[in-house]
Design a protein around this ligand. Structure first.
Ligand code: NI
Length: 227
């Protein structure tokens, strides 16, 4: 299941990110690729342990912590420090899999990659091509979102970024380990939470059935969560 989360960053934040990134040093994107994906990866990225990536990444983590839709959909346990990349004309990232485990050299953090995240930092009109294509059981999905929006997709999927033919595609990307490992269980939790929020709008938080459904929601989290 792919889930889009709008307005994670404001347009002002995006402009500030872009300004900071424009003056930063970039490196070959293959430095963080596994051996298979290095063969099909052509882009640039901010050095992952550099100050620019860390500071901007920290701002993204703060924004995510305040985003109810993201929390509800991902139920995150640990989020990998966000990375940043850009694709100029002719650059692309062919079909690949993401590594199942990712370690961060600076913090020693290790996570199992349950969900992959792309946070778009360029408007769709700034570039042609550069779509994220995700293959799952339901087929092939093409994603290209406004700047400041993100997409969550299963790290188990094969995916790619099509060649950019004009302009520059700028994004942040990272992975997370969810408290709920099983994707099906996670989607049930998300569905239930979304339904409860809609009922709260209509009936209020103190409605007896809303209370019981909320109890069921928390009991399912108790049943499935791994910390
Ligand atoms: Ni990937």
């Amino acid at each position: 299941m792919l889930i889009c989360v709008p307005d994670v960053l404001t347009k002002d934040d995006v402009a500030d990110f872009r300004h900071i990134m424009d003056t930063a040093e970039w490196e070959d994107g293959r430095s963080t690729a596994g051996s298979q994906s290095a063969l099909v990866k052509q882009n640039e990225q901010l050095p992952p342990t550099g100050e620019t990536a860390r500071k901007l990444g920290e701002r993204i983590l703060v924004a995510l912590a305040a985003n109810p839709l993201f929390i509800s959909a991902a139920v995150p346990l640990r989020i990998f420090p966000p990375l940043f990349n850009r694709y100029g004309a002719g650059q692309y990232f062919g079909e690949h899999v993401d590594n199942s485990i990712r370690g961060d050299h600076l913090t020693g953090m290790r996570i199992r990659t349950d969900l992959s995240v792309t946070l778009f930092l360029a408007e769709p009109g700034e570039y042609d091509g550069g779509a994220l294509i995700v293959d799952d059981y339901y087929g092939s999905h093409e994603v290209k979102l406004p700047a400041g929006h993100l997409v969550l997709y299963p790290s188990t999927s094969l995916h790619m970024v099509t060649p950019v033919t004009r302009g520059t595609r700028v994004a942040s990307f990272f992975w997370l380990q969810s408290m709920i490992r099983d994707a099906h269980a996670r989607s049930l939790i998300f569905d239930l939470d979304t339904t409860i929020q809609e009922l709260v709008e209509r009936l209020g938080r103190n409605d007896p059935e809303v209370r019981r459904l909320t109890n069921i929601y928390h009991n399912l989290i108790r049943f499935w969560a791994e910390l």
